[in-house]
Design a binder for this molecule. Structure first.
Ligand code: ADP
Length: 637
C-alpha cells in the first residue's frame, strides 16, 4: 500500500534496543554523528562499487560527498549523502526492524549486565548501535531517501516513541538525507548546531572517511572593491562550503606516522566496535605482490561472530578506491574476526567475487596475510594473548582442520588448562617439555566443565602416576585432536577411552573375576558393550569408557545437542577389582550365584559409573535404597 502514509510499530527488539541506547549512551552522545556519517560513507561505497559495472548509475550527480547542514533557528541538523539510497522496502527492512544478527545475544548480555549495573558504552559499542543512536539527541528523525536507479523516493519519520510513519515521497536527488529535530539544549550541553562543535566531532571521529564531509560555514572576508581587489578595510560575512575531514587513507601513510588514537578511530570506523583493538598489523609490500594492509585484532568478539553474514571483515581497495566489504577471499574463516583494509593497486576494479577466488594475486596476498597474522598473534604479550584466546579461541582453533599448511603454527598457539596447571593456560610445547621421562603420549580428556573433568574417575590412575592431563572443555577440541593427531611426534591419547596400559595387572587375580564380570555383563544386556577390569580407576569402583576409536561421551552429547542423529554407542563398564565393594560382591557371587541381591548390585555398579560422569540414572529411588543398605553395613544381605 504505497502512496499513502502508513504508521507502523517498531519491532519489540528495536524498542528495547533504542531504550538501552538512549539511556546508557547519553554521556557519549556525540557519537551519533559518527554513526550517521559512517552509514553515509557505506552508502557511497556501495554506489561507487555499483558504478564500476553500471556507468549510468551516477548520472550527472558524480561528486560523491556527505553534507552536514545546521539550522540554529529550527534547532535541526541534517546529514545527507548522494550514495546508494534505499527503496521503500529497504527502508521498512533496515530501519524499524533489526536485520542485525546477534540482537538476541546482545539483549541477553545487556539483561545480564543490568543486574550488575555494567551496561557500558563498550558493551553497546560491540553491537554497533548505528542509526538508532540519533535518538539520543533528536526528538524526531526524518529520513528521506531515493535509491540509485529509481525514480520514487520515500519519507520515514519517527519520534522514537514506538512507532514510525512511512510514505512515498518525491526526492529530487539520489541518496539519503537524515534530518534531526534536536532536543532542547540544556545548559552546559554540546550544541549540535554550532559550527565548532561539529568540526570537532568530525575531526575526532571521521577524519579519514574517504569522501568529503562538507558543511556551510560563515566566514569573514574582505569586500572586493571596484578594482577587483580585496578592500582591506571593509569586510563582509559570507557563507562558504568547507570540507571538514582530511580524507587521508591511513593505510597509505607511513607506519610511524599513524598515532594510536588514529588507529583506534579508524578501527572503530571500519569495525563498528568501540573497544580499542588488541593489536594491529600495518604492511606495505612492494615487488611482485604489491599491497598495503592495515589489519586489526579486536579485543572483544562481536555478538555475530558466528553469523554467516558478518559485515565488517576485510575491506578491499585498489589505489584507495573501495572495491568491496567483507572480502572473505582474503582471510580464512578461522581468522574471520580480523578486521581491516587491504589495498592492492594491481587489482582490476571490476573484479567479482568469483574471479577473486581464482586470482593468483589475491591468493598470494591471503597467504602472506595469514602468515603475518599468525606471527602477530604469536608475538602478543601474555595478557593480550589471553584476552585474544578467551575471545577467539573457539573460532581460531578450527584452523587446525581448515589450514593444513599452517597447522603446526596454529598448534603451537593452542593453550589448555591441565590437571597440574592450577587454572593457568599451558601450551602443548610446555606440556611436552615437562612430560615424565617414561611418558610416551599426550593425555587429554574432554567434557563440559573443568570441575567435572578434574574429578573424573578416569583420571585416578593418571593422577596417581603424576601424569599431566590436558582438560578440554571447548566442543571444537574434539575436532582439533582428531585432526592434529600428534604434536612434536607425541600422539594424543584419550584419558577416558581405551586401555591406559600404565600398570601391570595381576593376571591371576583378574582371572578370578572373569566369571563375575561375565555375570554382570549378561545382567546389563544391551546397556553395555563389555565389562572389563579398569585401567583408569584407583579409588572409585566403576566407570564407563569407550573403546579407543569410539566417540567420546562429550562428543556424543555435543552432536545430540546440535540435533544430529547419533547412533547409540554402547560403552564399556570398567570395574576396579581393588575396590572393597567388588571384593564383597565377588564373595556373595561365589557363595550363591543365584542370590537375588546380585541383580541389584549389577544395576548399582552401572549406576555408580553413570553418576560419576554426571549422567542420569534410570531408577534413583532404587539407587538410594542400595546406598542405604550398603552404608548401614548390610552388605552381605
Ligand atoms: P548498521 O549500519 O550497523 O548496519 P544501522 O542501524 O545504522 O546499522 O543501519 C541499518 C541499515 O540501514 C544499514 O545497514 C543500511 O543498509 C541502511 N542505511 C542506513 N543509513 C543509510 C544511508 N545513509 N544510505 C543507505 N542506507 C542506509
Amino acid at each position: 500500500m504505497e502512496g499513502t502514509k502508513q504508521t507502523h510499530q517498531f519491532k519489540t527488539e528495536v524498542q528495547q534496543l533504542m531504550k538501552i541506547i538512549i539511556n546508557s549512551l547519553y554521556s557519549h552522545r556525540e557519537i551519533f554523528l559518527r554513526e550517521l556519517i559512517s552509514n553515509a560513507s557505506d552508502a557511497l561505497d556501495k554506489l561507487r562499487f555499483k558504478a564500476q559495472t553500471d556507468s549510468h548509475i551516477l548520472g550527472t550527480d558524480t561528486e560523491l560527498k556527505i553534507r552536514i547542514t545546521r539550522d540554529k533557528k529550527k534547532n535541526t541538523l541534517e546529514v545527507a549523502d548522494n550514495g546508494i539510497g534505499m527503496t521503500y522496502d529497504e527502508v521498512v527492512e533496515n530501519i524499524g526492524t533489526i536485520a542485525k544478527s546477534g540482537t538476541a545475544g546482545f539483549l541477553e548480555a545487556v539483561g545480564a549486565a543490568k543486574n550488575t549495573g555494567a551496561v557500558t558504552p563498550e558493551l553497546i559499542g560491540q553491537f554497533g548501535v548505528g542509526f538508532y543512536s540519533a535518538f539520543i539527541v533528536a526528538e524526531k528523525i526524518t529520513l528521506t531517501t531515493r535509491a540509485a536507479g529509481s525514480d520514487k523516493g520515500c519519507r520515514w519519520e519517527s519520534a522514537g516513541d514506538g512507532s514510525y510513519t512511512i510514505e512515498e515521497f518525491t526526492k529530487e536527488n539520489r541518496g539519503t538525507t537524515i534530518t534531526l529535530q534536536l532536543k532542547k539544549v540544556e545548559e552546559g550541553d554540546q550544541d549540535f548546531t554550532d559550527e565548532w562543535t561539529i568540526r570537532g566531532i568530525v575531526k575526532r571521529h571521521s577524519d579519514f572517511v574517504a569522501y568529503p564531509i562538507v558543511m556551510d560555514v560563515e566566514k569573514t572576508e574582505p569586500v572586493i572593491g571596484a578594482d577587483g581587489k580585496p578592500d582591506k578595510d571593509k569586510t563582509q560575512k559570507v557563507i562558504r562550503e568547507e570540507t571538514l575531514n582530511s580524507m587521508k587513507a591511513i593505510w597509505t601513510k607511513d607506519k610511524n606516522e599513524v598515532t594510536e588514537e588514529e588507529h583506534n578511530e579508524f578501527y572503530q570506523h571500519i569495525s563498528h566496535d568501540w573497544n580499542p583493538p588488541l593489536a594491529h598489523l600495518h604492511l606495505k609490500l612492494e615487488g611482485t605482490t604489491e599491497y598495503n594492509a592495515l589489519l586489526y585484532l579486536p579485543s572483544k568478539a562481536p555478538f555475530d561472530l558466528f553469523s554467516h553474514e558478518q559485515k565488517h571483515g576485510i575491506q578491499l581497495y585498489s589505489k584507495r578506491v573501495f572495491i568491496m566489504e567483507n572480502c572473505k577471499e582474503l582471510m580464512p574463516q578461522y581468522l574471520a574476526f580480523v578486521k581491516g583494509v587491504v589495498d592492492a593497486p594491481d587489482l582490476n576494479l571490476n573484479v567479482s567475487r568469483e574471479i577473486l577466488q581464482q586470482d593468483a594475486l589475491v591468493r598470494n596476498i591471503k597467504k602472506n596475510l595469514v602468515k603475518k597474522i599468525l606471527e602477530l598473534i604469536a608475538g602478543l604479550e601474555q595478557e593480550k594473548y589471553e584476552t585474544f584466546y578467551k575471545e577467539f579461541a573457539h573460532i581460531f582453533k578450527a584452523g587446525v582442520s581448515q589450514d593444513f599448511e599452517n597447522r603446526d603454527k596454529i598448534a603451537a598457539l593452542l593453550r589448555y588448562k591441565t590437571t597440574k596447571s592450577d587454572g593457568k593456560w599451558v601450551s602443548l610445547k610446555d606440556y611436552v617439555d615437562r612430560m615424565n621421562p617414561d611418558q610416551k603420549d599426550i593425555y587429554y580428556i574432554t567434557g563440559e566443565s573443568l570441575t567435572s573433568l578434574m574429578n573424573s574417575p578416569h583420571l585416578e590412575v593418571l593422577k596417581e602416576k603424576d601424569i599431566e592431563v590436558l582438560l578440554m572443555t571447548d566442543p571444537i577440541d574434539e575436532w582439533v585432536i582428531r585432526d592434529l593427531h600428534e604434536f612434536e611426534k607425541k600422539t594424543f591419547r584419550s584419558a577416558e577411552k581405551g586401555d591406559l596400559d600404565l600398570e601391570k595387572t595381576d593376571d591371576k587375580k583378574k582371572e578370578g573375576y572373569n566369571a563375575l564380570f561375565e555375570f554382570i555383563k549378561s545382567g546389563l544386556g544391551e546397556k553395555v558393550k563389555d565389562v572389563k577390569l579398569s585401567t583408569h580407576l584407583k579409588n572409585s569402583a566403576a566407570c564407563l569408557s569407550g573403546d579407543a576409536y569410539d566417540m567420546s561421551a562429550y562428543m556424543e552429547k555435543i552432536l545430540k545437542a546440535g540435533g544430529q542423529e547419533v547412533p547409540p554407542s554402547k560403552r564399556v563398564l570398567e570395574l576396579n577389582m581393588e575396590h572393597p565393594l567388588l571384593a564383597k560382591i565377588k564373595a556373595v557371587f561365589e557363595k550363591n550365584k543365584e542370590a537375588e541381591i546380585l541383580t541389584d548390585y549389577t544395576t548399582f555398579l552401572y549406576d555408580l559409573a553413570v553418576i560419576s560422569e554426571g549422567g542420569k540414572i534410570d531408577d534413583p529411588a532404587k539407587f538410594n535404597k542400595m546406598i542405604g543398605k550398603l552404608t548401614s553395613g548390610a552388605v552381605d544381605q
